[in-house]
Design a protein around this ligand. Sequence first.
Ligand code: AMP
Length: 458
Amino acid sequence: MSASFESFGFASSILRAIETRGYQTPTPIQAEVIPLVLQGKDVLGCAQTGTGKTAAFALPAIEQLTESTAAGNHKLKVLVLSPTRELAIQINECFDAYSKHCNVRQTVIHGGVGANPQIQRLRKGMDVVVATPGRLLDLHQQEHLDLSSVELLIIDEADLMLDMGFIDDVSKIVKLTTNRRQTLLFSATLPDAIKTVAADWLSNPATINVVPDAIPIHLIQQSVYFVENINKDLLLIQYLFATPRARTLVFVRTKQDAERVSRNINRAKLEALPLHGNKSQGRRRKSIEAFKSEQAPILVATDVAARGLDIDNISHVINYALPEYPEIYIHRVGRTGRAGSKGEAISLCASHERYHLEQIEKLAGIAISRREWNYDDFGNLLQLERAMHRKKGNHRPAAKEKEASSEDSPVENQWERGRGKKKKKKNKRKRKSKVITMDDINPSRNSAKYAPKKRTLD
Ligand code: AMP
């Protein structure tokens, strides 16, 4: 790649900020997107966090502003829409860093916190507003900001906007801006619904795709275990115990899964925290901080919550559930093994997920190695059952014990699983007595042998 930041013709104040950040060469998405934005073109970018996408739109946006703000007129000219608060905050921090030496003002607007400080900042006049759609519309309705002056509209993580039900709000916001605007839309995947809105909102866009070539996932050691849903918690926890790890990011499908899986990991005496959209802003921030500081080196997250996060030094990515879109797999796995460091990713694939696995291998052009988990290394399953009952002083009739050792349902019901509310209540006592910990699984073993050895990547 021959592009350099100087070759884009950025103002020296911007080049200085880039240097301070320590960026030497543009990433592939930056090399492609920056010239297009500077030429005033609309862009449809298929890319996700981790590719350098934020700088790809923020740097040329600031470059455009450095000229128009010379007169000190801080009217809203650049509007960035983000589906999550964390991502909005992160994008705003990038704008802040890149415009450090310029006369550019930016602020972030999102829900979950009081609106007054945001209104105060808007009153001062802002060139750039990074916002989540709901709060932006609220403040617009209350006439705290005028969107008709927006010259550059950036819609980030559009597919997530769709998943989270924000697309109508985004549509309203688009209509509040003028047709003269330049529009950039980024999305990790391009389902038909996104292509449709893109055709509506963008005018003759250049399409840029950084999936999958620009993310060197072939450098990451990847493997897959075929395991049915019912046994995933057990395999996951045994894997976590047996593997020397630094930060480990576990991707689950639903918010309920995030809660349940992290609870089960904690029961096995490993530190894990859940991260999903139902958590309050404060709890989400605490989970992220604990993960960053390695207080809780395991984060169990939904894609929605984890997407915007820029966290380094993740040694392991675990796909507890395979994602529906193969691009998401590449983005997830791309979070480990960054900057030349070695990463590892494993996937737990149930029979109904094999189709997704095929799609992933097809898109990435790789064959993910199949591995078998040897549960026996951790005590056989009958021993497991016994340990569980010994703990509660609960003796099963012999016939039942035999049934429990059947190969078809080796560990069924041992871990807490998501169920309907009614059933949950009814079985509350029964289910509770079936929760076991790793100590129960293998009481005779030297736990130090299997305890996770913390290590950093470099
Ligand atoms: P993003 O995809 O925008 O969230 O960026 C991911 C990470 O890459 C962030 O930590 C950025 O600071 C970093 N980054 C962005 N551009 C570059 C670059 N050209 N060289 C090195 N790191 C970069």
